[in-house]
Design a protein around this ligand. Structure first.
Ligand code: CA
Ligand code: CA
Length: 473
């Protein structure tokens, strides 16, 4: 035997003696590991190097880490290792376990009690087929990371109130119910994910979460208003879409760290109010544009007949509206002569699209335009001495409202400047009284030809109309 071999043998022997004398985990911890192997189909694991070896070898088993002295198990990391079956129920025997990660396996059954694992800092069992509820986490004050995303977990999210070290919490993509627990007392919380569940109730207060970088609670049934984001100056993204949230969206944090285009607020039932900061954060202008189908249909507020009176300017004749679905039996008379007219219909919010139809009378609607809340309908070929009804259907608003409608009925009778549906000498007299006056708000209807001046020409038009009348409306 060479000197080198002898030295190696002696060294190995010393280490072996040390192992027997000091480096052994408690029998109770070995039992938990053997249970884990058996209950999760260890024989079929992708890698199981050294597992089930003699007592004293546990710290060499694949995925197991012990403390420096080899006296206790501190980490179990068995990611993506074809674990099947369920986790053993006696994990709490691993009193010094700091991390347990079994993500990406085919585990079934429920998550065992964890509360005895007072040293646990990280728990991961994401992307398995776990069922049942999330166990209580009360008293696990060392817990920093908890990730069970992508299972079939049911029940509610446990209380997190005393988890003062919690930084990452992810229970997304399960079938969880109940409400989101209080988060306000978690000063180290960085990310909270609970998306794609069936959670109800409100988003809890987020005050004091100064380290928070990400919230993802989208695709649930959350209601109520979005809480204030005051003080969340590290928040990078805020995903609350696909719920039934109402009210006004809160202001972005000040200063804001929200990344452009990384947050989503819609669909929800939020009030569509202008907010350029949320336009930027959602990457959508306006931020509420994708709330399609949820906003209420636009409703007609008022209408008018607009004419340009040459150099005198534009004068708008207000038109009376009927309460839908009634037909207006007392429509406003427009005495200014055709055959063109411009009808402006004003809705309660900015318009995105609509269909115009002339549902009564002889007139042709030209290309309608809209500007803000106003829809402008140019008419040509408007016959004199008749009623015209301009009907708007499929009225969509910029906030995503659809299916609005509205109509206005106008009586066209040139020269009927006192608007009593018949042209008489009293109309003639009213025009006559204004001749040579400037056209203004008080007399613009007497400028029958809308020339911008009051002359004998207006009186002449009225004169040719004498005795003409509108039918009973
Ligand atoms: Ca009259
Ligand atoms: Ca005139």
């Amino acid at each position: 035997m060479s000197a080198r071999s002898l030295r190696a043998l002696v060294t190995a022997g010393l280490l072996g003696l040390a192992g027997i004398a000091q480096a052994a985990i408690p029998a109770g911890e070995r039992t938990v590991l053997l249970n884990l192997y058996t209950s999760t189909g260890g024989a079929a694991w992708t890698t199981s190097t050294n597992w089930n070896g003699a007592a004293g070898t546990e710290c060499t088993w694949y995925g197991i880490t012990c403390d420096v002295g080899g006296t206790t198990v501190t980490r179990i990391i068995l990611f993506n290792n074809n674990l099947t079956g369920s986790l053993p129920g006696n994990l709490s025997g691993l009193t010094n376990l700091s991390e347990l990660y079994v993500d990406g396996n085919q585990l079934t059954g429920s998550i065992p009690a964890l509360t005895g694992l007072t040293s646990l800092r990280g728990f991961g069992a994401a992307s398995n087929q776990l069922t049942g509820s999330i166990p209580a986490l009360t008293g696990m004050t060392n817990l920093a990371g908890f990730n069970v995303e992508g299972n079939q977990l049911t029940g509610s999210i446990p209380a997190l109130t005393d988890l003062t070290n919690l930084a990452g919490f992810n229970v997304g993509l399960n079938q969880l119910t109940g409400s989101i627990p209080a988060l306000a007392g978690l000063p180290n919380l960085v990310s909270f994910y609970a998306q794609n569940n069936q959670l109800t109730g409100q988003i809890p207060a987020l005050t004091g979460l100064s380290k928070l970088k990400g919230i993802r609670v989208s695709s649930n049934q959350l209601t109520g208003t979005i809480p204030a984001l005051t003080g969340l100056t590290n928040l990078l993204f805020f995903m609350v879409h696909a719920n039934q949230l109402t009210g006004n969206v809160p202001s972005v944090p000040s200063p804001s760290a929200l990344l452009p285009g990384n947050s989503l607020l819609c669909p929800n039932l939020l009030n569509p109010t202008a907010d350029p900061a949320w336009d930027a954060a959602t990457g959508t202008t306006p931020w509420y544009a994708s709330c399609t189908g949820i906003a209420t249909p636009p409703t007609l507020q008022s209408a008018l007949s607009r004419k340009v009176h040459g150099a005198a300017g534009t004068f708008d004749l207000p038109l009376t509206l009927a309460v839908p679905p009634a037909v207006n039996q007392n429509p406003t008379t427009e005495p200014r002569q055709g055959p063109t007219a411009t009808i402006v219909l004003t809705f309660d919010k900015p318009i995105a699209g609509l269909t115009v139809t002339i549902t009564e009378g002889a007139a042709t609607a030209g290309a309608r335009t809209f500007a803000g809340n106003d829809v402008v309908v140019p008419l040509t070929g408007v016959s004199n001495q008749q009623y015209v009804t301009v009907s708007l259907t499929n009225v969509d608003s910029l906030d995503g409202g659809t299916g609005g409608s509205g109509s206005v009925r106008i009586g066209f009778l040139a020269g009927d400047v006192n608007q009593n549906r018949v042209v008489t000498v009293s109309d003639l007299a009213q025009v006559n009284a204004q001749i040579a006056q400037l056209v203004g708000q008080g007399n613009y209807l007497k400028d029958v030809n809308a020339s911008g001046t009051l002359t004998v020409a207006d009186k002449g038009i009225a004169n040719t109309q004498i005795t003409k009348a509108l039918p009973a409306p």
